[in-house]
Design a binder for this molecule. Structure first.
Ligand SMILES: Nc1ncnc2c1ncn2[C@@H]1O[C@H](COP(=O)(O)OP(=O)(O)O)[C@@H](O)[C@H]1O
Ligand SMILES: [Mg+2]
Length: 483
């Protein structure tokens, strides 16, 4: 919708600009033509030229300056020019020779630029250029192939910038004798500043809209994930339950059988045992292989058990999204949650990671779920520890005002690339190898914080580290209370 509106406005703007350009060009050409004719008919003009020849060698510039500084002449020519003179007075006028050396500037240009006539004359037009190469500037060669119109940025005598809408003509357009260029401009600094402010506002608003859009998208995804996960969790839970119980039973059975075989091995000679195995040709097993199998099966069972536990954890995590188990909120101490999480994550932190904190001695209690908030902090600690290769640091900071408690958890790990950063709160987004990461930790954490009426954001710099910021409201919203 926005882009459609923009296009319509741009289309209308360009048509109007085109019309304005054509009209302005025609008017300016008429003005210059009349002005020039008037100068040429003025009797005193040629006589006065010598007076100013010390200032510049450009004939046209000299004529212009002559008219400007000679009050009588100016009045006379003004009278001859009539309303056109009033129009020309509205413009800042500047002439250069064909190399861009300034040969004339009218009073209005001097007033705007803050330069004196003598300071400006003889300088190259680049004298007016601002110190930023990326800005459009006045350049006479822009009019090599005809009239040029555009916005240029100039530098005041005091160094500050001002903007002009300029028309640039070759002087040959109005006189066969004169070589060089003439600039006609109007000061558009205030419009430009206003435009820039408006553009910045539009940019900020668009950015906010994008954020809201992605938040909405995220909530929508989470809502569908909630519905799907409730079903999946139910469907997988049942088979997993009997796989797990059968595995335990099989472990017992195998243990018993292994005990019997070992007992048998003890009671009969090795030779007889091998003969017994050889007789059972379909078993295709010798005594050595049998010993290996009996030593290997407990490890296989453990691994399978671990796999089942992992599946159970994913199911538990997924169940979180279905929100069908409302957890009671109660006054919760953040520092206790942090301590609990650090304890739970200590296996990952080991002696590699130094954790320091600068939490205030006493922080107000949050109305929330201690176990859920601990889960969030633990996710962040474990992620940081897993991201840091070798030794590293995690820093916890926090402060509260009347409405919010803000907590930051910073690590000095490898940081997160911009592309990855956009996705880390997405469910199932992980950069870890299969089996190590489920990609659910941060999306669950984000969801939990949202249900507490807070926000969870991330900032990161590649090579420098990552900071997670969690803001929790001290006064819970109705939604949070109901969760
Ligand atoms: N502190 C961190 N430093 C670097 N990368 C991180 C950090 N925290 C999270 N990540 C990135 O975010 C991804 C998603 O994290 P998470 O949702 O917890 O899933 P998982 O840990 O299972 O991969 C991780 O795979 C990792 O790429
Ligand atoms: Mg994780």
């Amino acid at each position: 919708m926005n882009s459609l509106l923009d296009k319509t406005e741009i289309g209308f703007g360009m048509e109007a600009q085109g019309l304005f350009l054509v009209c302005s060009t025609v008017i300016l050409l008429i003005i210059i033509f009349f002005l020039y004719k008037t100068y040429r008919t003025s009797i005193n003009v040629e006589a006065k030229l010598a007076e100013f020849s010390s200032l510049t060698d450009n004939r046209f510039g000299r004529k212009m300056h002559l008219i400007e500084v000679n009050a009588d002449e100016y009045k006379l020519n003004k009278a001859l020019l009539g309303p056109l003179a009033r129009i020309i007075d509205e413009y800042c006028v500047l002439t250069t020779d064909r190399h861009g050396t300034i040969t004339f500037a009218n009073g209005k240009f001097l007033a705007l630029s803050g330069h004196s006539f003598s300071r400006l004359i003889g300088q190259n037009e680049s004298f007016n250029h601002p110190d930023d190469d990326s800005l459009p500037v006045m350049q006479c060669d822009q009019a090599l192939s005809g009239v040029w119109n555009g916005e240029v940025c100039n530098r005041h005598a005091d160094g500050s910038r001002y903007w002009m809408n300029m028309f640039l003509f070759p002087l040959s357009y109005i006189s066969d004798e004169d070589d060089g260029y003439i600039y006609f401009g109007t000061d558009i600094t205030s419009i430009k500043t206003e435009n820039n402010q408006l553009m910045q506002e539009v940019k900020d608003k668009n950015q906010k809209l994008d954020q809201v859009e992605s938040l909405l998208l995220h909530s929508e995804k989470m809502a569908s994930l909630g519905t799907i996960s409730a079903g999946i969790a139910h469907e997988i839970n049942n088979p997993i339950a009997f796989v797990s119980s059968n595995l335990n039973r099989s472990r017992d059975y195998l243990g018993t059988m292994a005990g019997i075989i070992q007992g048998l091995q003890k009671r009969i000679s090795e030779e007889k045992f091998q003969q017994f195995l050889d007789a059972e040709t379909n078993l295709n097993v010798d005594a050595r292989k049998l010993t290996f199998m009996m030593a290997d099966y407990p490890a296989l069972m453990d691994e399978t058990d671990e796999g089942i536990e992992r599946i159970k954890k994913i199911i538990r995590d997924l169940k979180h999204f279905s929100h069908n188990q409302p957890e009671a909120f109660s006054p919760t101490d953040i520092a206790t949650c942090m301590a609990m999480s650090l304890n739970l994550a200590k296996h990952e932190l080991k002696n590699r990671i130094t954790v320091s904190h600068s939490l205030p001695d006493s922080m107000p209690l949050i109305n929330g779920s201690e176990s859920q908030l601990s889960q969030v902090f633990m996710n962040v600690f474990v992620n940081a520890a897993q991201a840091i290769e070798g030794k590293g640091n995690i820093t916890i900071a926090g402060h509260c005002d009347e409405q919010w408690c803000t907590l930051t958890i910073t690590d000095d790990g490898p940081g997160i690339a911009e592309d990855t950063l956009k996705q880390i709160f997405e469910p199932f987004y992980t950069t870890k190898p299969i089996g190590q990461g489920t990609g659910l930790g941060l999306s669950i954490s984000h969801d939990i914080i949202q249900h507490h009426g807070g926000t969870m954001t991330v900032e990161s710099q590649l090579g420098a580290g990552t900071t997670f910021t969690i803001r929790l409201p001290l006064k819970q919203t109705d939604r949070a209370d109901a969760a």
